[in-house]
Design a protein. Sequence first.
Lengths: 224, 430
Amino acid sequence: MEYVIQAEQLVKVYGQGPTRVEALQGVDVSVRPGELFAIMGPSGSGKSTLLHVLGLTTEPTAGCLILDGEDLYRGRPRNFQRLRREKIGFVFQSANLIPFLTASENVLLPMELAARRRAPERVGELLDYLGVADRADKLPEQLSGGEKQRVAIARALANEPKVILADEPTAALDTERGLSVMRLLRQISNEHRTAILVVTHDERMISEADRVIHLSDGRVVDTG
Amino acid sequence: MNLALKDIRYHRFKFFSSVVGVGLLLMVVLTIGGIVRGVIDDSASIITDTDADLWVVEKDTYGPFVENSRIPEDYYHAVEVIPGVAQASPLVFSFEHVARMPRPTPLMRFMYLNTLLTTKTMVKPGWMKMPMDQRFVLIGYKPGRVGGPRAIVAGRGIEADNYEIVADEKAGFSLGERLRLGYHDYTVVGLTRNVVGYTADPVLYTTLKEAQSVVVQSDPDLLRDRRRRDEQQVLPAEKSVTPLLVEPLARRARRFAEDTHVVNAIAVKLEAGASAEVVAREVARWKVLDVYTAPHQVNLQLMGSNRLLLFQMSLFRLLLMLIAGVVIGLVIYLFTLDKVKEIAVLKLLGAQGWRINGMILQEAVLMGALGTLLGGVLEQASEPYFPRRVETTYGDIGQMLAAMSVIALLASLMAVRRAMKVDVRSVLGV
């Protein structure tokens, strides 16, 4: 099956001379549609850098990155802002909902940014799907941690992205809510055929993942 | 979805308290501008209200407002027949006072106490004693000629010599009130608004003859004494030489001593199309007279007596505007800096630059505009409570709005620059 996102021999070097740091040293990552892929590793292992490269916020020093069949660093320059808007969904550690928008407006926002039609109807469907329809008019500060994360997932799904990058989505939640979020991501990947990359420290969360890679010093040291 | 309005709704306390802060600051800036305009208007008040084209005064004086000018009253007949003159009107001006101070308002009392406290270390005992008299500018004019009040806001004007006065509202007198001026009691029959001297003292109008009796006529005891001295010193000598001249000389001496037919200026109204320059040249041929145009008379007060005050206030206004600009710019800039995280999330979600910049710009312009409007409303509402004239026009507020829009734009450009530098990675993988 074709990969939604495929990174080959990713290298990322920061600084020069004595301050030179090789954050990624030839990392390969390939994720299929509907696959839940976990990236694990200690602090400083290169997880964040890999996330930045896959999230199109950092250009790799070397290597190849193909998103939805498009080799992003070959040929004409790409509009990464548009690619992020249309093909990638983000779920953050602390939800990072826009505090001045209600739950439904937070979900509506990416659709407005992408000028999608039928946006309001889809907001209702997504909130309903994630079980927070009754919290639609609440501001983020009025939501619990779990509810915030569900709204954040709804926001990530808004534009039907090819891939969702989830950065420690369970770190701010207790075990029960954390597992619930992981199961939800599992369900989404199955039902929506969305590739989901989850960066996590939490060993208990990887039970839901299809594949796991372990990073250390910028290299993949284990796959499973 | 308008992100700026959503953000304002959420941060309403912060936003509107910033608007109030900006508004209060701009109110002060506008008020200082209003005070400057007030000084200008006060300096021009009598001249513009009199509506004369030329002012004829005593030779080598700047009179009648800033120097003492005395010319015989009947000169106005001669001026009036100069070609191009429509009307010449003799006027008397004098700074006078009555021993009656209108009851101070609570605000005036507060201002006096505040002045006492804040100048405590600057004055010596007795310097700051509250005066118990009302000072004013007395103008005497011939009813029906130029020089009288242009608009009466209450009561009526003066039609003949009847010991009546028309007073400016600022004097605090009410219609029907009686005042002692000179040796007679006068009744207030009309009120004017904003007719004051360059010192901001209110103007009181009465007829020329009655003003002359107040200003020129000497104390009766002094007159009697003078007459007695003339008779004792001059007449005995004349008596022995030409006894027939004694009586005519005595009459002349009495008349001279009592002569009140002196005025301070002659206000000249020109015929339509007449050249002020030509008429002024004609008047100046008289060796005992000087003549000034109306703008020149205003200039003598504005750039003479009030020059330093005006320069100082204008400089202070400029400094205050600069300070307000910097403070307001910083308020807007900091308001944006508080949203750095949200901006990073928006950028990560793929929000277009124009959308983020639009949000910042709209909030900045709205804050500037609302602050200016609030400042304008507060300034307008507080104007009547200032003891001196403070006058800010809608044009001034419009100018301030334009200046604030520029400041808001500049501040938001700085904020946009900062927003564009926000690292989207700051919310991902930390």
